[in-house]
Design a protein around this ligand. Structure first.
Ligand code: PXP
Length: 258
């Protein structure tokens, strides 16, 4: 198993910030900052930072993407719906990579990937626009031959295989069936000259099996399980720090904390 690059999906950090600072996400008080998380991820070995600027801006804001793109030393991968609005966003942000993902019901396949096959002309146009900017483009698809072939025919550089159904599989047989679909899709993608990425729902207990059984995967994009683990790993230290503060004499100026 060759080593596989980690793309850290920073969306969930922004979700937490938005829960408190939706009206002023760039206030000096707003936390946690997705840019700070991106820099830590890079320092810890992530090979790319991934963020999804959604049409409703429910977590990552365009300004987050811009700041992350400017500050990181690795690659910035913008997840985006294939829309004219998002092409304009990409023009402003200039990501190194873009991953086309579905957002509207009509763009989604049965299991949740982008339905490239049924909107090939439009997806092809979006890809060409992005490529003109020098962006490397992947499409987030279900592991189905028809979608892999469509991805190749519209000029994508890579497919990102949607691992959601594998991640949710509770029965061993269901997981094995999913892995077989991924294996076939990955083999097909490589014969058509596409790179293979994977993501959605991967976590500490399912990622190694996935990579053992699915060949050719070069990048996995993971967000939720990493953020969830970081939260619990960091909680004890955060509580201890607050308890220590409370044990001190009350301070004169509570804004400075000393
Ligand atoms: N890849 C794509 C295309 C996604 O949309 C997401 C979820 O935002 C991920 C990877 C990461 O998924 P998770 O947060 O479940 O690790």
């Amino acid at each position: 198993m060759a080593s596989v690059e980690l793309g850290f999906n920073v969306d969930h950090v922004a979700t937490l910030r938005q829960a408190r600072y939706r009206l002023d996400p760039f206030s000096p008080l707003a936390e946690p900052d997705p840019l700070a998380a991106a820099l830590i991820a890079e320092e810890a070995g992530a090979s790319q930072i991934t963020a999804h600027v959604r049409e409703d801006r429910r977590h990552i804001q365009e300004e987050d993407a811009r700041r992350i793109r400017q500050a990181i030393r690795t690659r910035f991968n913008l997840e985006m719906a294939p829309t004219t609005e998002m092409i304009e966003v990409a023009k402003r942000i200039q990501p190194h990579e873009a991953c086309l993902v579905p957002e509207r019901r009509e763009e989604v396949t049965t299991e949740g990937g982008l339905d490239v096959a049924s909107q090939a002309d439009w997806v092809g146009q979006v890809i060409q626009e992005l490529k003109k900017m020098g962006v490397r483009v992947s499409v987030f698809i279900d592991p189905e031959e028809i979608q892999v072939k469509a991805a190749a025919s519209v000029g994508a550089d890579a497919v990102e295989l949607h691992t959601g159904a594998y991640a949710l599989a509770r029965e061993g047989a269901t997981a094995a069936k999913e892995l077989a679909r991924h294996r076939q899709a990955s083999e097909k993608a490589v014969t058509l000259g596409l790179s293979v990425h994977a993501g959605h729902g991967l976590h500490y207990r399912n990622v190694r099996r996935y990579l053992r059984e699915v060949p050719h995967v070069t990048v996995v994009n993971i967000g939720h399980s990493i953020v969830a683990r970081a939260l619990l790993y960091g909680l004890g230290a955060a509580i201890r720090e607050m308890v220590q503060l409370l044990e001190k004499e009350p301070v004169e100026d509570p804004r400075t904390g000393d």
